[in-house]
Design a protein around this ligand. Structure first.
Ligand code: F6R
Length: 614
């Protein structure tokens, strides 16, 4: 989704800003722009439809001097992706330039009011309305720019992270946020602004995260001044980032997605570190133990998430019901927030989000908190909004995930849910000791088993050629493999643009089986578990209708292998851990099909990494 970068200091701003925009490309965007304040106090804006590299080309031969500037990548919400709608936007007098992430919901009313006062607009965006409003308040009320920004934001309904630069005030940039992240990097006599930490890591590891409804004035050579919308001075907390630059580079891999798939043995080890102690047969999540009574008393668990994280949540439902005997409901955050749900004060809400910034999940959390529920976050991005707005939680610790299609974050979310379920189950005595110890010992072997699956990468790449013809895919699974069928299908559609659906295998007979013919690839997850024999019947039903079957089976399998057209073998493990293994070949298969089809795997069309608008 949209990305913000800003710089004020003594260096040339342009290369810092464009490098920052490149770092944000993974978020997804359709246009890019930059505003630079030069030594003559001219405020130059350059913007293009397309990539950051198109912006760099467009700026060749133009005045790109200046030691202060703001830059943006836009993911269209209001108005099509074109040059006019790209940010930054000038105010009417061209003395202000503004960039914005989020949505101004009441922009039509504000725009009508401004038009009646003689303001004209160059774009269809809500952002241009905001910059005009700020200028109108500044000139109409004869106040300084900081006051004008504050007063304008008080009139705004919606979500925003903004950065504003003013021609007459080259000594500072103003930023503000509400429901959309904004980070300020602190250098020596220079400051960096960004919508996430990735453009800042190149320059400094000291940052301030702005809180909701805060405005910060970022001066060239003094500490940022932070104010609330009510004009109360705040003392910001400086945080040390723990991200290494290598996490932001592809290294030897052609795509971030492939790199991140291959990182999974290590990311799962990192996620277990300090939590699973195999020598003592013990597993502890501090976020659970610190609030043990709450979990022991819980009448119900509600899991809130979107997309891939929602699929992890479905696996969580199976795990928590099996091992903790607590009823679980899994909800799309976007539906939950608008449907007047019943929430009890003794409910536990688990919010799952890689980015920690998903707008719908944040809003759903607010609703749950207002009803008195205890909210537990499972997030990857340290310091992001969800961990800061929940009562407790666990980080997934997989490092930065750049590929838009989530891979290593998903497996770590599932792992955290496994650890939660067996930790709570142990505390509640709802998991037998023998099973607890067996799962722990199997868990310890998961990274190695994933390594063994990754060794089949070339075989899976070869197999992918067989399927590039298809326009539709069906994925089937039962039990713990049903959410994996849905996740496998989502991975394929996201990056290859092939239509794919994941079904619980027994549901096929109730409709979808009508789709099966010799052209329909059917991916079945048929590992050894409680429904294995049932799954075989479902596979035979597909075979009887000439479907082309690719089966994910265990190494010990001797039945499905004889029916399926193609098989990929994965090691055996405890049933509840099987999602951690069965998803790996499906990630690789989607990746290779998308590459064969020439898709932009890391930045698929229309998608954004962090969905900060609803
Ligand atoms: C798919 C994918 C998305 C996200 C969804 C929620 O590969 O990444 O479906 O899972 O947008 O995002 P988070 O987890 O950041 O809340």
């Amino acid at each position: 989704m949209c990305g913000i970068v800003g710089y004020i200091g003594r260096q040339n701003a342009f290369p810092i800003l464009t490098k920052g925009l490149h770092r944000l490309e993974y978020r997804g965007y359709d246009s890019a722009g930059v505003a630079l304040l030069n030594q003559e106090n001219e405020l130059n804006i350059y913007k293009v439809k397309g990539r950051v590299s198109d912006l760099e080309l467009f700026c060749e031969g133009k005045d790109i001097s200046g030691h202060a500037g703001i830059a943006h990548t836009r993911w269209a919400t209001h108005g099509e992706p074109n040059q006019a709608n790209a940010h930054p936007h000038y105010s009417q007098s061209e003395s202000l330039a503004l960039i914005h992430n989020g949505i101004i919901e009441n922009y039509t009313v504000l725009k009508t009011g401004l038009m009646q006062k003689g303001y004209t607009f160059q774009s269809e965006t809500d952002t241009e309305v905001l910059v005009q409003l700020i200028e109108y308040i500044k000139t109409g009320n004869n106040v300084d720019i900081i006051t004008a920004v504050r007063l304008a934001l008080k009139q705004v309904v919606g979500a925003y992270a903004i950065a504003i630069i003013e021609r007459q005030n080259p000594e500072f940039i103003i930023v503000a946020r509400k429901s959309s992240p904004l980070v300020v990097g602190i250098g020596k006599d220079e400051f960096f602004i960004a919508s996430d930490a990735s453009p800042i890591i190149d320059h400094t590891d000291k940052v301030i995260y702005l809180e909701d409804e805060e405005i910060a004035v970022i001066h060239r050579d003094k500490a940022p001044q932070v104010l609330s919308l009510a004009n109360v001075e705040k003392t910001p907390q400086t945080i040390q980032l723990e991200v290494s630059l290598s996490e932001l580079e592809k290294g030897e891999y052609p795509h971030f997605m492939l790199k991140e798939i291959f990182e999974q043995p290590q990311t799962l080890r990192d996620c277990m570190r300090g939590r699973v102690n195999i020598d003592c047969n013990n597993l502890t999540l501090s976020g659970i133990i610190d609030h043990k009574e709450r979990f022991l008393k819980a009448r119900r668990i509600i899991i809130l998430a979107c997309g891939t994280s929602w699929h992890a949540g479905l696996i969580g439902e199976y795990l928590l019901e099996e091992f903790c005997r607590i009823p679980v409901e899994v909800e799309y955050s976007s539906e939950f927030r608008y449907r007047n749900p019943v929430i009890y004060p003794d409910d536990i809400v688990i919010a799952i989000s890689q980015s920690g910034e998903t707008a719908d999940t944040l809003a759903a959390i607010e609703l749950a908190k207002k009803a008195g529920a205890f909210v537990y976050g499972i997030c990857n991005v340290v310091g992001s909004s969800i961990p800061r707005n929940t009562n407790s939680g666990s980080y997934t610790h997989v490092g930065v995930e750049i590929g838009v299609a989530s891979t290593k974050a998903f497996t770590a979310q599932v792992l955290v849910l496994i650890m939660m379920a067996i930790n709570i189950g142990k505390e509640k005595n709802t998991i037998p000791n023998e099973q607890y110890e067996h799962i722990l010992s199997e868990l310890n072997q998961i990274p190695e088993k994933i390594e063994a699956i990754l060794e089949q990468n070339i075989i899976i790449e070869d197999l992918s050629k067989t399927f590039t013809y298809a326009h539709n895919f069906i994925y089937m699974g039962r039990g713990y493999s049903y959410p994996i069928a849905m996740e496998g299908a989502l991975k394929l559609k996201e990056i290859s643009y092939i239509h794919a659906e994941g079904y619980p295998a027994a549901e096929m007979k109730h409709g979808p089986i009508a789709l099966i013919d010799q052209d329909m690839p059917v991916i079945v997850i048929a590992t050894h578990d409680g429904t294995y024999e049932k799954m075989i019947s479902n596979i035979q039903e597909i075979k009887a209708r000439n479907g082309r079957i690719l089966a994910i089976v265990n190494q010990s399998d001797n039945k499905v292998k004889n029916i399926a057209d193609y098989v990929i073998e994965i090691p055996n493990t405890a049933e509840c851990l099987s999602p951690l293994l069965s998803i790996i070949p499906l990630q690789l298969l989607s990746y290779h099909i998308a590459v064969k089809k020439g898709r932009d795997v890391d930045m698929p069309r229309n998608l954004a990494k962090s969905v900060t608008v609803e």
